[in-house]
Design a protein around this ligand. Structure first.
Ligand SMILES: O=c1ccn([C@H]2C[C@H](O)[C@@H](COP(=O)(O)OP(=O)(O)OP(=O)(O)O)O2)c(=O)[nH]1
Length: 157
């Protein structure tokens, strides 16, 4: 069972998100684009530990990012807290898909709190304004043991 958009909005507002009406969707809440980064070196996933690679923050040109084909890392604009008994999924806005672009995202764990990041995959050049809605967070009921306590807890807050 998935939460209603109103319930997702309440969870985000409890985490400090300042939502406008356009972000409130029937089944979730749209997340906005805060920053875009180009990775500048390899990262690393080891059997023990991991390292997120250095990246360079891109500047908008004029009023928007003008992104060429390729993979970028994005930071969303809203603080998120995934409530207990829930799991979060972030999906790309369909307008991204309709423009040959997408977001790749992973599981948002119960107890995670922070401003998350994802991979923006640009299949055709596109213009995106800072603050534009790019994704939608949905929350589903989920059993879990423990809550998120990893390296990204409280990231970007
Ligand atoms: O697309 C996503 C998916 C998740 N998260 C946040 C919420 C999630 O709870 C946290 C950690 O995600 P995950 O467990 O997939 O990361 P990991 O690489 O396994 O790190 P850790 O070892 O800390 O679990 O990052 C994002 O920012 N973006």
């Amino acid at each position: 069972m998935f939460d209603s958009g109103a319930a997702v909005a309440a969870a985000l507002e409890a985490a400090g998100a300042d939502l406008d009406d356009a972000q409130r969707q029937p089944n979730g809440v749209d997340l906005t684009l805060d920053a875009v980064f180009a990775q500048t070196e390899p990262g690393r996933l080891g059997r023990d530990g991991k390292r997120v690679a250095e990246r360079r923050e891109l500047e908008p040109r004029g009023d928007c990012y003008r992104l060429e084909r390729g993979s970028y890392v994005v930071r969303y604009g809203e603080p998120v807290r995934i409530p207990e008994e829930r799991i979060g999924f972030v999906l790309p806005r369909s307008t991204l898909l309709r423009n040959a672009c997408t977001l790749d995202t992973a599981v948002w764990d119960a107890g995670y709190e922070g401003v998350g990041e994802g991979r923006l995959d640009i299949g055709h050049p596109i213009e995106i304004e800072p603050g534009a809605r790019i994704a939608q967070l949905v929350l589903a009921e989920a059993d879990h043991e423990g809550t998120y306590d990893g390296a990204y807890q409280r990231e970007n807050l």
